[in-house]
Design a protein around this ligand. Structure first.
Ligand code: MG
Length: 252
């Protein structure tokens, strides 16, 4: 079901999204070699609670897996998404870490992700982050009233392949707001001019996941990782489709 949100719903989604954006900024200052992903998760959960929200991923269920145990997904290097925080996972200089976080407040959701450099990273990794961030910007630019979901997918995917990288197979963005995951699915590659039409009042989570070596993905429990072990990056914003350019909701 694709929902068009009313102005009062949009206001609530905006508030949930604001917490997400502020948290991703705050995490940027905490990410350093030597910290565990568990410590980042503890910090995040407290941060969300202090602002009257709840972590939306914690307890999330999909068939066949235990409920997701944490507030954050922490996905390091070749892990694409859904990495689980752990006291045993300590960040090292040169790592890249994707952090994805959802917040529910007053019944409405926000969802965003960023990939961070831990200390000094390789030129190859820095380039991947830049391309992934830019592919998200291109997807957001395409998300205007009257366009189609395929226009977003094409904007993201064509840029990624032009740059010589690969969108991770079968992992998509989605509608967001009343639920964490709503229709439509928003693929990270596809054909312009196809798919559901976008309308002002839709709230969408656009989230390219970009791999260096291959589009192929493997799964282990919750985690998705790149089949050839190469690096992967992930950037996501929740946005509001309007008559003009989309409004990014998950900025601080
Ligand atoms: Mg999402």
């Amino acid at each position: 079901m694709i929902y068009l949100k009313s102005p009062s719903e949009i206001q609530k989604i905006r508030i949930a999204c604001q917490i997400v954006g502020e948290l991703l900024d705050a995490l940027g200052a905490k990410i350093t070699a030597g910290i565990s992903t568990w410590e980042l998760d503890q910090y995040a959960e407290q941060f969300i609670q202090d602002r009257g929200g709840r972590p939306a991923f914690k307890g999330y269920t999909i068939p066949g897996l235990r409920p997701f145990p944490n507030a954050l997904c922490t996905s390091i290097n070749s892990v694409i998404v859904h990495g689980i925080p752990s006291q045993k996972v300590i960040l090292k200089a040169g790592d890249i870490i994707g952090i994805d976080v959802g917040v529910i407040k007053d019944g409405y959701y926000g969802d965003a992700a960023r990939t961070y450099a831990v200390g000094e990273i390789s030129e190859e990794a820095a380039k991947l982050l830049e391309v992934t961030r830019t592919s998200l910007a291109k997807g957001i630019q395409a998300a205007v009233d009257g366009a189609r979901v395929g226009d977003i997918a094409f904007a993201i995917g064509s840029y990624i392949s032009e740059m010589g990288y690969y969108p991770a197979d079968d992992l998509t963005g989605h509608g967001v707001g009343r639920e964490l995951h709503e229709d439509p699915q928003i693929p990270n590659s596809g054909r312009a001019g196809y798919g559901p039409r976008l309308q002002a009042g839709m709230t969408l989570a656009i989230e390219p996941m970009v791999n260096i070596g291959t589009n192929r993905v493997k799964e282990k429990g919750w985690e998705f990782f790149v089949a050839d072990g190469s690096l992967s990056a992930h950037f996501e914003h929740s946005i509001l489709v309007t008559k003009a350019e989309a409004e990014i909701l998950t900025t601080a």
